[in-house]
Ligand binder design. Sequence first.
Ligand code: FAD
Length: 485
Amino acid sequence: MNGRKVVIIGGSITGLTGALALKAQGFDVTIVERDRSPGDSVQPATSNTWTRRGALHALQPHVLTARLRNKLHEWYPELVEDLLDAGAWEQSFEDTIHPDLAPGYHAPPGAEPISVLMSRRTTLELVMRRHVERRGVATFLAGTRVTSLLIEGDEAPIAARGVRIDDGEGERDLSADVVIDASGRTTKFANALRTAGAVITDEYHASNTVYYARHYRLKPGKTFPSTYGLPGVMFGDMVFAALPADNGAMIVTLAVFKDDPLLYEAAGRLEVFEEIARRTPRVAAWVDPSVSEPTSAVMSWANMDFLWRTTLADGAPQVLGFFFAGDTTLRSNPKYGRGCTCGTIGSHILAETLASVSDPAKRALRYEAALRETFRREWEDLLAVDRRDYARFEAAAGIRPMSFGEALQSRLQDHVLRRAMVIDPHVQRKIMKGFFGLEDASAWTKDPVTWLRIAAAALPIHGKDMFKEFTMRPSRQEMQTLIER
Ligand SMILES: Cc1cc2nc3c(=O)[nH]c(=O)nc-3n(C[C@H](O)[C@H](O)[C@H](O)COP(=O)(O)OP(=O)(O)OC[C@H]3O[C@@H](n4cnc5c(N)ncnc54)[C@H](O)[C@@H]3O)c2cc1C
């Protein structure tokens, strides 16, 4: 088909969902992926044995938002079926209400369901990959690297005409009408375009967060411990979570800050990680040796950041026939679990743009406008939350005292997340809707009824036992003793 040949660099979440969306619009898609295909021995239950050098973060915990789950149901119901058959499962909001309150809770009439997909990221990607391959959605060049872009022109707007690839046997050119860069956070093509004369502008914020994560597997006959509220527990200096996933697998994550003189690095030592887990009740039941056994070392990840990239300068496209997608165009601190959602919805937006607009400059303008319309407010909200979290950390770690305003905000956050949300399912629903991407993360702050309920949750009539787990953890002094042991 003339003008319809698309090359996608990178066959991960964005590349795969982009291929599905483009194929549905009639494009002829080739995915170039530098990692080799998973062998037949890699199955959903053993998905974490798949070596993903090009996406090492695939072994880190991933929360797949309700927004993503709903879009997958709407756009790719057969993919969702494949995922569920492979052992992924859906956890509804109702499953996360405190067991004492669940029987009496009734969702407001007509309320939208809030369900999240529970799966390891490797299982999600493996199932997507095989779904795409089985259906002949794209030509998949695995074990093949894009080494450079084929570019025409030496001043903006420059135009992409394809890519040069290396499959280990030598280099060759692959021409294309459209090139999509879904090569992830370490893309080298933004700089390649800059060198070629395009002005590519990044808004960037490093997040200072570090993840320490360990995989576990349920022992035979055991089930996941019951859970309620958010999937973890949030303190100023650490966030600890146990995330149930597919096929009896689960991932325990401890997020701390790089500037923490006590926990940075030390919390990643196996014995320290395990001991903090055992002394934090929200996590302890999951790592109990009678319930589960570890299946990995403690793995760390320290590159957490925010990026918003534009290929427009003074409103004019700098590059034609080339689009950044997924992590190459926008990302937020992975702690907020938006990456796969933005990659999937963003690549869908791109496919719709390419299908409905043929002029290359108008395509660039329409795509960026639609990304901004869809994600910008949430991105800014999350950036503000990230900055507040850092202020909370600095106070918790004794680095600097909070201002009066910061202290008030921090008290409110503790009250909402550790108390009001647990004892009032209506507050919980409102917060989770934002947390899982079905509305703005800050939407609850604009809802007077939620404020009234949050205020009522402060009354001393509620049994402390319901939410005390959310306040229990080893103190910094205790952790220091553990670390020095
Ligand atoms: C620690 C951590 C935790 C996260 N938690 C969550 C979460 O809870 N929920 C969530 O939704 N998101 C989460 N994310 C974000 C999510 O992982 C990313 O947003 C997602 O992987 C982006 O997908 P992508 O396809 O754009 O890029 P990637 O997954 O990075 O894939 C890029 C692909 O491009 C390939 N590639 C690279 N260069 C080339 C080349 N030159 N030629 C050919 N192929 C190439 C790579 O091999 C790779 O397969 C997390 C990220 C991290 C780091």
